[in-house]
Design a protein around this ligand. Structure first.
Ligand code: MG
Length: 264
């Protein structure tokens, strides 16, 4: 027998002989417990009596009583919008302007209700324009706007209608109610993060519901929402949430029941 010539065959046989018991060896049978996670236990949160009511861990930004959580976005003096009958109405007057929260946020869940006046006038972007700025990153910045507008039978550019991420993403559907009816936004905001040198580390994402219907599904923002020009990111850490007093001539809109939950 020529063992030299048969060497590869012998090696192969040896390998099979060695490997067979390993294959034959029974793997431990998967158990249900293998994929169970028991820690950490999610905190218990009592939901509001209605889904729109603030849950127990929410920070209430407006409960109908006062605007103590808000300041002028321009100079941080006390907010001067009008609180009446449990609602907060934009004050369109010289020197008043946008308001923003005293608190600063990073990632959060937010609920807000707004009402376009029944007697609203104007058209396009000049009809019930306001805005929910998900991060008000400072004077001179455009920030990140989820548009508020009367979009009930009111044509405008679709990436500027109600529930659009302004000039970046049209809503998936138009679920606007008639002027005079209360409407709601529920938003999940994932803030952008930045490297030390100011460059973008991770972009911002937004998921939004308009009157309970999904309108933005984990949309990845291209940067701040600019009126003119291409979006870009600018480094910030935590930022207030801002409401817009738009300069159009239409009747001012109102807000109620605004709350936010900080997310890790
Ligand atoms: Mg606006």
């Amino acid at each position: 027998m020529n063992t030299r010539r048969n060497a590869p065959a012998i090696a192969l046989v040896s390998l099979i002989a060695f490997a067979l018991p390993l294959v034959a060896q029974e793997q431990p049978k998967p158990r249900p417990e293998d994929t169970e996670v028991w820690q950490p236990v999610p905190a218990i949160v009592t939901p509001g009596a209605k889904d729109s009511e603030p849950p127990s861990d929410a920070i209430v930004l407006f409960d109908g009583k006062n605007e103590d959580e808000w300041v002028s976005a321009q100079d941080h003096t006390p907010a001067q919008w009008v609180v009446h009958d449990g609602i907060l109405t934009v004050k369109k007057a010289p020197g008043v302007g946008n308001i923003e929260t005293k608190r600063r946020f990073k990632n959060y869940q937010l609920h807000l209700e707004f009402r376009i006046p029944e007697n609203i006038t104007g058209s396009g972007q000049a009809r019930g324009n306001s805005g929910l700025f998900l991060a008000s990153t400072g004077p001179g910045d455009d920030g990140y706007e989820l548009q508020i507008l009367d979009s009930y039978n009111n044509t405008t550019y679709v990436n500027g209608q109600a529930a659009s991420i302004y000039k970046q993403s049209a809503p998936l559907v138009n679920t606007a109610r008639k002027p005079g009816e209360w409407q709601s936004y529920d938003v999940v905001w994932t803030a952008p993060t930045f490297n030390d040198d100011g460059s973008l580390k991770t972009p911002a994402y937004v998921t939004a519901f308009f009157n309970g219907v999904l309108v933005q599904n984990h949309f990845q923002l291209k940067g701040q929402t600019l009126y003119i020009g291409r979006p870009f990111y600018k480094k910030y850490d935590r930022a207030p949430i801002k409401l817009q007093a738009h300069g159009d001539k239409s009747e001012p809109i109102s807000f109620r029941n605004i709350w936010v939950r900080d997310l890790p």
